[in-house]
Design a protein around this ligand. Structure first.
Ligand code: GLN
Length: 301
């Protein structure tokens, strides 16, 4: 007798393999990979654990479990990550969207009004900009990234989300922060008379890990996520300095600059923003009680 194993058996095997490999969320990851391979949902294990798994499904599941045991991030295996209730495609060219970053998006949303123009620097998968556009009306946005690979992912995410909301308006530019504007004419984005290329909101979750710390991060991050999405230079603050120094030129009067920050960076980022001329600077904590967002307003001309 060579019967195919059941869903429950295959799951238990995968979970054991991941546990042995020291994967933190072994049970969850095994379940999600099985659901991914079999096209099932979270009730299947509970209600239909005795369902037979085909040879092909079994082979694919074991292959993915092997990769996950080698610390390939779960999201690189399934190709997607949910963020702000939306599904974003991801691959090795982008940072996997983090739940912590939802705090940044929610903080921006409190300050976002219909018709505003948003600039997202280091847009990566586009998760920040596209969520903001999805949950607002008549806003338009520009996402900038230095990585062509990342922009390809962001554009594909834009194309997919637009199927649901065709009125969404975003442009994605390749370049080094504000230098991306030097070579482009944003014809569509310039239509608001008098505002030129100015933005009401600039938002960024820039790379902010200190270079020396990257080697201590979990293998999923240090070996599989793009280094350029992590590395914030020797003190982790390079991008905050560069962005804060130039942002004023691109903000309308009363416009706001929002940053995601790493824990322990609040005081430094506050100082950087103050020095650059930002006012009314606020720091917001995440659900774990850690400083996660810093933002300030630009009133100068
Ligand atoms: N903006 C993207 C995100 O928050 C990418 C950030 C990055 O690459 N540092 O997920």
């Amino acid at each position: 007798m060579n019967e195919n194993p059941t869903y429950g058996e295959v799951y238990a095997e995968g979970r054991a393999c991941l546990t042995q490999a020291g994967i933190e969320e072994a049970a969850l990851d095994a379940r999600l990979l099985l659901e991914y391979v079999c096209g099932t949902d979270r009730n299947t294990l509970l209600a239909h654990g005795d369902r037979a798994v085909s040879e092909e499904e079994c082979r694919r599941f074991r292959d993915l479990i092997g990769k996950r045991a080698d610390h390939v991030p779960l999201q690189h295996l399934t190709g997607e990550q949910d963020f702000m209730g939306l599904t974003f495609l991801v691959n090795k060219d982008v940072l996997v969207p983090r739940q912590d970053t939802e705090v940044l998006v929610e903080e921006v949303m409190k300050n976002l009004h219909d018709g505003m123009r948003i600039l997202d620097l280091c847009t990566g998968s586009g998760c920040i900009l596209l969520s903001l556009l999805h949950y607002s009306n008549n806003c338009e946005g520009v996402g900038v990234d230095l990585s062509a690979g990342a922009l390809a992912v962001a554009k594909e995410n834009y194309r997919r989300l637009r199927e649901e909301r065709p009125e969404m308006a975003a442009w994605f530019l390749e370049g080094d922060l504000f230098a991306a504007f030097a070579d482009h004419k944003l014809s569509g984005a310039e239509r608001e008379a008098g505002s030129g290329e100015k933005f009401d909101i600039i938002v960024s979750n820039p790379p902010y890990i200190e270079t020396d710390v990257i080697g201590t991060l979990m293998p999923e991050v240090q070996e599989h996520e793009p280094r350029m999405a992590l590395d914030g230079g020797a003190d982790g603050l390079i991008f905050y300095r560069r962005i804060a120094q130039e942002a004023g030129k691109f903000l309308s009067g009363g416009g706001k600059l929002f940053f995601e920050i790493g824990c322990g960076q609040a005081d430094c980022v506050r100082k950087i923003m103050e020095t650059a001329g930002f006012e009314e600077i606020q720091v917001v904590k995440d659900f774990a009680g850690l400083d996660r967002v810093a933002y300030g307003s630009w009133f100068r001309r």
